[in-house]
Design a protein around this ligand. Sequence first.
Ligand code: NAP
Length: 290
Amino acid sequence: MPPLNAAATSSQPFERITRARPVGRACFFPLPSPPYAATAAREVPVIDKRVAIVTGASRGIGRAIAERLAKDGRHVVLVARSAEGLAATDTAIKAAGGSCEVRPCDLNDHAAVQALVDGVAETHGRLDILVNNAGITRDTLLLRMTDEQWDEVIHVNLRSIFVSCRAAIRPMMRGKFGRIVNIGSVSGLSGNAGQANYAAAKAGLVGFTKTIAKEMGAKGITANVIAPGFIETDMTEILGEAVKTAALQNIPVRRLGKPEEIAAAVAYVTSDEAGFLTAQAIVVDGGMTS
Ligand code: NAP
């Protein structure tokens, strides 16, 4: 029997993938670049659980998603900037008997995002689930919006997700399984006064995610957006009572959503049984935008 890490020193798995490209058929994929090949060749499954990356896992919706996926038997990689916040999620998951690890990362640093995804795939020999949940707001009316406010939101809420998805699909292809969930927003579907930057990023996520679904469907990889409405988190806490009370008038269930309700949707969309559910923007908003 070969040693468990035999492929770690061999380039064979990677060689097989590149040689297997069909000849004479249109192919949209360029050959992988050599630096990635070096990483990919070392990937060998070393964990029998599905491995999930969840960004923004230090609080709010991301923490609820991480806790739910761990409860469902996934090994969850917890990502955010705050080591303290991540430690709290890590402690809660482990206390409940779940499996997880902390990997702090600032999504503004796109080289770090690439290294994060490559590092998880290399450590565990697999990457099955990617939940791009982290997001920021820099709200103001378009007339007053600065270039910096626009760029910051586009950088964290859209460009970093392009980088993480691009990095994730190769290990997912190798595993012939992948579940990508990008957390959007009803603002990206309907627009919202004061959120030109945020709505543009979230709307961009929809077209981007549907494109991944179309490029990757035959490889066993699904990609969906989950678009929450008003959810009780720090992000909506700053809105003030007047805004929340007004919002309630437009929500048929007459309450804000809970992070756990978004986590439940993510749990299904990332499950093995959801292989036919792809290229969708699934709205979870208590009926607000219906
Ligand atoms: P939140 O409570 O403000 O939490 C945001 C999370 O993102 C935190 O864990 C934060 O951790 C992380 N984050 C922010 N900037 C980061 C960066 N540069 N690098 C790494 N991590 C970063 O937000 P939430 O309400 O849970 O929202 C989660 C997602 O749902 C977002 O994409 C948001 O747009 C979307 N959403 C929320 C609502 C809502 O009503 N709450 C509605 C629609 C959509 P650190 O600060 O530790 O980095």
